[in-house]
Design a protein around this ligand. Structure first.
Ligand SMILES: C[S@@+](CC[C@H](N)C(=O)[O-])C[C@H]1O[C@@H](n2cnc3c(N)ncnc32)[C@H](O)[C@@H]1O
Length: 274
């Protein structure tokens, strides 16, 4: 497909308007890479004519496909390790004590991409906390990308994805091989719930959360969007709940309501007492 100049500014506006994600300027070559196939399948002979069509038509599935293709959805099993270690050694043992009366814990992966993050938590719980099998544990994961959610629900991963962060014994215990791919076992899939949720739209459908994983998505938002997301995290997290951010993310200068707790293994955030 030939690539005459096209309106990258319009694509930046579209992506930001619908997802809050700020695309890096001068990365129009990435747009070419990612939109090429979508434009071709949709019957356009160039990205320029595809973008012209998007510009002049009402919002449709094609707009959504373009946005989803331009937003980074990089993820992996047990990404960064530390949050999962802290979950295992500190956070879940503490919640098992403090929630022993209700025997219920809600965990949310906001911006879950293709599901590896939530499945990692589910496998960790199954492996290290068998006593929780009689509790009401809700593992909810959300993303705005329908494509990512479809893949997450399917729980099917390539060998390359399986080799990124997943211990071999977990692969053998919790996946079955399907051709060249691997699918998560129903026993784990039954523990999780994947739902659409756009972080810049309403969060009303969510219950109060004991643990929130909000990792590697805030880095793509502008300051105002980050502040508004933290404000809503504050309202969604139980007063004694736990917040995990990505390695490059912080609440500093964005919200004074959270304090960072440094452990020997890594960092998490809690709400300051009012
Ligand atoms: C880099 S991935 C991070 C995935 C996972 N949390 C991790 O740390 O491995 C970022 C994800 O954020 C999602 N995302 C971007 N903007 C969003 C928004 N406004 N609402 C919900 N999800 C969003 C993308 O679709 C993508 O799946």
């Amino acid at each position: 497909m030939t690539v005459p100049p096209f309106d990258f500014e319009y694509l930046c506006w579209l992506v930001r308007e619908q997802s809050g994600v700020v695309l890096e300027p001068h990365k129009d070559y990435l747009a070419v890479l990612h939109l090429d196939r979508i434009a071709e399948i949709a019957g356009y002979d160039s990205i320029a004519s595809f973008v012209e069509h998007l510009k002049h038509s009402p919002f449709s599935d094609l707009h959504l496909q373009a946005i989803e293709a331009l937003v980074i959805n990089e993820t992996s099993f047990f990404r960064d390790r530390d949050p999962f270690e802290i979950l295992k050694s500190e956070v879940l043992p503490a919640l098992i004590q403090s929630r022993s009366r209700d025997r219920a814990i809600n965990i949310w992966c906001a911006a879950c991409s293709t599901g590896q993050e939530l499945y990692s938590i589910a496998m960790l719980i199954r492996e290290a906390f068998p006593e929780l099998s009689s509790w009401n544990i809700r593992l909810i994961a959300t993303d705005f990308s329908q494509q990512a959610l479809d893949r997450a629900r399917q729980g099917m991963y390539t060998s390359l994805e399986m080799n990124r962060g997943l211990p071999l014994n977990f692969r053998d215990r919790y996946f079955r091989q399907v051709g060249k791919s691997w699918q998560i076992m129903d026993e784990i899939r039954r523990m999780v719930e994947f739902r659409p949720l756009n972080l810049i739209q309403s969060w009303n459908s969510l219950p109060a959360m004991d643990i929130i994983f909000l990792r590697n998505v805030l880095i793509y938002f502008d300051l105002e969007t980050k502040r508004s997301v933290f404000h809503r995290v504050q309202q969604t997290l139980q007063p004694d709940g736990y917040l995990f951010l990505g390695g490059g993310e912080t609440t500093l200068y964005l919200s004074s309501r959270f304090e960072a707790i440094q452990t020997t293994t890594g960092l998490y955030h809690r709400l300051r007492s009012a």
